[in-house]
Design a protein around this ligand. Sequence first.
Ligand SMILES: C[S@@+](CC[C@H](N)C(=O)[O-])C[C@H]1O[C@@H](n2cnc3c(N)ncnc32)[C@H](O)[C@@H]1O
Length: 272
Amino acid sequence: MNQYIYGTHEEEHARLGLLNAMLNRKSLAAVAPAPRARILDAGSGPGQFTHVLAEAAGPSGFTLGIERSEQQLARACALTPALAEFREGDIAAALMPLREEEWGSFDIVHTRFLLEHLTNPLAAGRQMVRAAKPGTGRIVLEDDDHAILRVEPEPPGFPALWTAYQRAFDRLGNDPSIGRRLVTLLHEAGAKPTRATLLSWSGCAGDEEFSALARNLIEVVGTARDTIVTQGLLSAARFDAAIAALWNWTTEPDAALWYAISCAEGLAPPPG
Ligand SMILES: C[S@@+](CC[C@H](N)C(=O)[O-])C[C@H]1O[C@@H](n2cnc3c(N)ncnc32)[C@H](O)[C@@H]1O
């Protein structure tokens, strides 16, 4: 099994929670669930976005999160009021926690920031297509393409740091560029691709979201320090110097950051 690049301790959880609030508005607009929808959220993590989806589907809808980590599952199950159901499982495994009659029953099968962590994203894609209603079920995939990031004026050491961070994904069996492959993934998994978009976030010194985005960038790269250093991708000294330069950059009056994630949608194949 591949390793998960991010940490799981409480501070990490708080940072991801803050970022989630910023991401969820755009992700909700991209997924656009109808009232009463049946929704499956694969790799639901701490469950905040699963809850956002459940709220949009309303009390007559049904939203199910599937999550591999017991720790994340416990956080999701502790959310109140409980709007969604969560089950433990591996989305890429043959044995998924779905009952026989639940296969092919979901109007929307969604995932965000999961596929980049899998060694076999196509296996997960096939399971997701199989879970969607034949002919009408929508499969909506959101994920990173790390090459899209722009940080200006570029702090010293940043290009080498960002390259090392992406190579750390490779070394752990993760895919830092999966975003650009989402349409192909849908096609190969048997869905009919219908939409490809970018969801973007940007900010500059002096705007409200900038410090959250910049802090997230620095902390998320920080979680990969051990992997980067032990894999010889960058020395500890160069890593630490580049991180210090990034923190300095956040205080510059003209600091700016642009980022986007890929979103692709497809339709489940018709019955038969
Ligand atoms: C970065 S989090 C994203 C959580 C959530 N989708 C979101 O966007 O807020 C990725 C989650 O996928 C889970 N995960 C990783 N591999 C998985 C697998 N094979 N099956 C189910 N969940 C998995 C991880 O435990 C983690 O909670």
